[in-house]
Design a protein around this ligand. Structure first.
Ligand code: FAD
Length: 331
């Protein structure tokens, strides 16, 4: 990924699309067709494949990663969590990824299973000595594989949590740990989704000016989620602790009874957010990236990418095919 970013013009833009592995064979074959269409029509620089905490989707995540990387030829970043995972499972995942030709890992801690879901006498594997935090996985991959894998890490413009839970931390609390993750060998940063541009501005400015110099040039990809429905965005914002600014909420409230209108207002909202992020990013030299949580859906993201002109130009001989596909995807 970092090599592909470095090959872009200094003021170039790029984006990544995130997908999760479907549960059923039918879901998988639908996603295959959609991915093929999106690859041709939207031309992401890379795609991400999520990993179920504790390795719950390991097989399916690897299957989807194989589809993306090998069958469709998309540069793929496999997410990998380390808490509540045995070292054997981590080793297996990294070896499988390597065998598939995958060169990019998003190294995450993952969420420990909640105490209330564990049997009383079941040990809390989340606090295993080897892998407690994401940085342990970053260090492990670097030690075992040198520079073979390009490693990304997660960050939270609004802090990791809402302050009401022991896990709830402010961005200021997270910051020293983020510095350590980067110094341990992370190559790029992807953020939690957000709608609050002021929080993102503070986040990126703080990182870029950090006295450690750790974030001077590292690619920082802001995480954006197309708004698929009113209920979904309220739920997602709550789970991710992303604040929805009053003005944004008022625009969604005005159309909340009409799903299609919510989606289209959502396209406006995310497209405007991209415009504001572009302004913030224009202060730092180098290509500018964006990450989209697609929820495996295609329509809103296609509109947003078209509206914001993020889809890269295509060589002339491919143009006819792409135009048709974009139209089909957006319908
Ligand atoms: P860490 O970097 O370990 O940080 C977690 C918290 O612990 C932070 O509050 C940090 O400040 C604190 N901390 C870190 N180190 C220390 C230390 N040494 N001492 C004390 N506190 C410390 N989850 C999945 O299960 N699967 C996925 O595919 C997935 N993809 C994601 C993609 C992105 C872009 C993002 C932003 C998140 C994703 N997550 C995923 C969620 C993520 O696993 C959780 O948010 C998890 O709770 C934290 O992971 P982390 O890698 O940020 O952890």
């Amino acid at each position: 990924i970092t090599e592909k970013i470095a090959a872009l013009p200094p003021d170039g833009e790029y984006f990544s699309l995130e997908f999760f592995p479907p549960k059923t064979a039918m879901g998988f074959s639908n996603l295959r067709v959609r991915l093929q269409r999106m690859e041709r029509a939207l031309r992401p620089l890379f795609v991400n494949v999520t990993w179920g905490a504790g390795g719950s989707t390991s097989q399916k995540s690897l299957e989807l990663a194989e589809l993306c990387q090998r069958e469709i030829g998309l540069t793929t970043c496999l997410h990998l969590t380390c808490t509540n995972m045995s070292q054997a499972l981590i080793d297996q995942a990294l070896e499988d990824a390597r065998a598939l030709g995958i060169r990019n890992i998003l190294a995450l801690r993952g969420d420990p299973p909640r105490a209330e879901y564990r049997d009383a006498d079941e040990p809390d594997q989340a606090s295993s000595e080897e892998f407690t935090w994401a940085i342990d996985l970053v260090k492990y991959i670097r030690k075992k594989y040198g520079s073979y894998f390009c490693i990304g890490v997660a960050a939270y413009p609004e802090g990791h949590g809402d302050g009401s839970h022991p896990e709830g931390q402010s961005f200021e609390h997270d910051l020293p740990y983020l510095v350590e993750k980067v110094q341990a060998g992370a190559d790029f940063i992807m953020t939690q989704l957000f709608f609050d541009i002021e929080a993102y501005e503070k986040f990126e400015t703080t990182l870029r000016n950090h006295p450690s110099g750790a974030f001077k040039t590292i690619p920082i990809l802001p995480g954006l989620m197309p708004i698929q429905s009113y209920a979904m965005i309220k739920r997602t914002a709550k789970l991710s602790h992303a604040k929805i600014p009053e003005e944004t909420m008022a625009r969604l409230n005005a159309v909340k009874g009409d799903d299609e209108k919510v989606k289209m207002v959502g396209v406006d909202i995310v497209s405007e957010l991209i415009g504001q992020i572009r302004e913030i990013k224009s202060r730092t030299p180098g290509p500018k990236g964006f990450h989209f949580y697609t929820l495996n859906l295609e329509k809103s993201i296609s509109f947003i990418l078209e509206r914001t002109k993020l889809i890269p130009d295509v060589p002339e001989d491919e143009e006819a095919v792409v135009d048709e596909t974009v139209v089909a995807a957006a319908q």
